[in-house]
Design a binder for this molecule. Structure first.
Ligand code: NAD
Length: 365
């Protein structure tokens, strides 16, 4: 098999991992890494034994596929240049900053007949893959994605940075369209929302509560699904899937707890889990690496022409829903009146929850 010549554009926090994984793939030749910060490009290139570039243009015509891992505001400029030249492109999430940019990338990929994949990596989380294989019709979903402040991705807010992962998963699991969106969110460290909660109503009757925060002390990434078929809980960090379903006896005969006598009620309490509700815990292989799976899938699509699991259109759909969440968030009246503050700028605090703690600040030099 001929080796695929590949490059990674943007080798910061995440891009250097794309580059490391590709450099170690036997069927890939990592011909270069590009970073607007030349020192960063040189450091990563030296570690991986490849060439460093400050600009991506010289690589057009020298690569069979490319991975774009720059900040979101640059996705369109970089990805469109490669797609224009007919180069299959993996672009990190969110696909672009605007829907118009996303549409342009999709049109370019279609015109060139090459794969455009978007880096919604949770689709490759084995716990999600395992759930998506099962016949579940979600009716209520709760998604939480909380992380600490990293100082990265501050060109976007928590919706495009974090929540978009869960919006993509919801669209994949529940299916659209979404008929109603309400949201509230607050900007704490700048102009973009750092935390947000959205309530989504789907045409098929499903309701989802989605929360994202990038200023949380204790990270949490989980999805909980209630469906006629049962309950499913995913912990994306530990990649654990918990499934609960009614036993055949309960499905067939039902139970009227309110009609049971005291002794039967006491028995039911002991038999809820086991006889009536059955639980299956599935743990993924701890060594499984999602980014490797995502990149291998992209390479498979490049080699075979197969459509990517997360296509440009999927990335666009997630972005469109994210934009609706942002519009709802901007319209939210904090004081319930048109005169008061709206959007991610909440009212100023009116009181203290506890006496403020005095923190000594370093003397100015
Ligand atoms: P980062 O700031 O750490 O890295 C970005 C790098 O791109 C920097 O080194 C910067 O110098 C370089 N860069 C900027 N403009 C460039 C350009 N025009 N050409 C070449 N290089 C350029 O950011 P990050 O955290 O690595 O995020 C990068 C992208 O990955 C973002 O789109 C982000 O949303 C996405 N991301 C996705 C996930 C995920 O779970 N899938 C996780 C983190 C980040």
């Amino acid at each position: 098999m001929t080796r695929l010549r590949m490059a990674v554009i943007g080798v910061g926090h995440l891009g250097q991992h794309h580059a490391r994984i590709l450099a170690n793939m036997p069927d890939v030749d990592l011909v270069g890494v590009v970073d607007a910060n030349p020192d960063q490009a040189r450091t990563v290139a030296a570690k991986l034994g490849t060439e460093a570039y400050e600009h991506f243009e010289p690589l057009i015509g020298c690569v069979d596929a490319v991975s774009v891992v720059t900040p979101t505001i640059h996705h369109h400029a970089v990805a469109s240049a490669f797609l224009n030249a007919g180069v299959p492109t993996l672009v990190e999430k969110p696909v672009c900053r605007t829907l118009a940019e996303a549409d342009d990338l999709i049109a370019l990929a279609d015109a060139a007949g090459v794969p455009l994949q978007v880096g919604h990596i949770e689709r490759f989380n084995p716990a999600f893959e395992e759930l998506a294989r099962r016949p579940i019709r979600p009716k209520f979903v709760e998604a939480e994605r909380h992380g600490p402040f990293t100082g990265r991705s501050i060109d976007i807010g928590a919706v495009l940075d974090l929540m978009i992962h869960d919006l993509d998963l919801l669209l994949a699991l529940v299916g659209g369209p979404v008929t109603r969106v309400a949201a509230v969110g607050a900007a704490v460290f700048g102009g973009y929302e750092d935390m947000v909660n959205a309530r989504l109503e789907f045409e098929n009757g499903c309701v989802a509560h989605v929360t994202a925060s990038r200023i949380t002390r204790h990270p949490k990434r989980r999805l909980r699904v209630w469906a006629p078929e049962g309950y499913a809980g995913i912990d994306f960090v530990t990649r654990k899937l918990t499934l609960v379903q009614q036993s055949a006896e309960l499905r067939e005969h039902g139970i009227r707890a309110e009609q049971l006598d005291a002794a039967a009620k006491a028995r039911l309490k002991d038999e809820v889990f086991g006889r009536y509700l059955q639980v299956l815990n599935l743990d993924a292989d701890r060594k499984f690496d999602q980014l490797t799976a995502e990149l291998k899938h992209f390479i498979y699509c490049v080699r075979t022409g197969h459509g990517p699991r997360v296509s440009g259109r999927d990335g666009r759909d997630a972005l469109e829903l994210a934009e609706r969440v942002l519009a709802a968030l901007r319209a939210h009246p904090w004081e319930g009146s048109a005169e008061g503050p709206h959007g991610p700028k909440p009212p100023r605090p009116a009181g203290w929850l506890f006496p403020p703690i005095q923190i000594a600040r370093p003397e100015a030099a």
